[in-house]
Design a protein around this ligand. Structure first.
Ligand code: SF4
Length: 203
């Protein structure tokens, strides 16, 4: 256990922010259940970092020279929806050119109990939402969502709301799905006017 709050991996340029280990899902493919971290970086946190600890971690990794900062994992970043705007403002003030992205399961509004997407306007450049599957039943089968099948509809609603406030909103799936299921996912994304990104599975 340690406190790798800001990290880089596989020689990639972005700085990733690990601000919680909690999540509303228990996805069967989640690397939290099989790995200690990514690329040798232990992502299990001793405690949830304060805003001051997150800012210090950003300073320690020289974020002022980074092109992109990504709220990612272990865990679902929007579990900490209440501190994300403050961290984004800190990044904007000190590195105005950096792109800010959130990788999320799309449950942020359900977690907060209200629509959080307006609070991200002007602060977040891109939100990438994991769609994972072509329907609610399959989604819940692989994600074991604490909201059950509702978690699937919740993420679609989050995506539609986010689109009103954020420049770039994408739905994502991994390339392990059968081609016909990928096509179904594409239709779902098209229906709400959001692009679908097919990602490579991280092994
Ligand atoms: S939503 Fe992400 S962090 Fe949560 S269990 Fe699934 S893969 Fe893991």
């Amino acid at each position: 256990m340690n406190m790798n709050i800001a990290y880089k991996y596989y020689g990639q340029k972005p700085v990733y922010l690990n601000i919680t280990n909690r999540c509303t899902n228990k996805c069967s493919f989640c690397i939290r259940y099989t790995e200690i971290g990514v690329d040798g970086v232990d992502l299990w946190l001793e405690h949830e970092p304060s805003t001051e600890e997150i800012k210090q971690a950003l300073e320690d990794i020289d974020f002022r020279n980074s092109e992109e900062i990504v709220f990612c994992g272990y865990g679902e970043p929007t579990m900490r929806w209440d501190i994300i705007p403050e961290i984004c403002r800190f990044i904007r003030e000190n590195n105005p050119d950096a792109k800010i992205r959130i990788n999320t399961n799309g449950h942020g509004n359900k977690i907060a109990g209200h629509d959080i997407t307006p609070s991200l306007e002007g602060l977040v450049d891109e939100i990438s939402i994991s769609l994972n599957e072509k329907n609610a039943q399959k989604y819940n089968e692989i994600c074991t969502c604490q909201y059950g099948e509702e978690g699937f509809y919740e993420l679609l609603d989050f995506a539609a709301k986010a689109k009103k406030h954020i420049k770039s909103v994408v739905l994502s799936i991994v390339d392990v799905l059968p081609p016909e299921d990928i096509e179904e996912c594409r239709k779902i994304a098209e229906k709400i006017g959001i692009p679908l990104r097919v990602r490579k599975m991280i092994k």
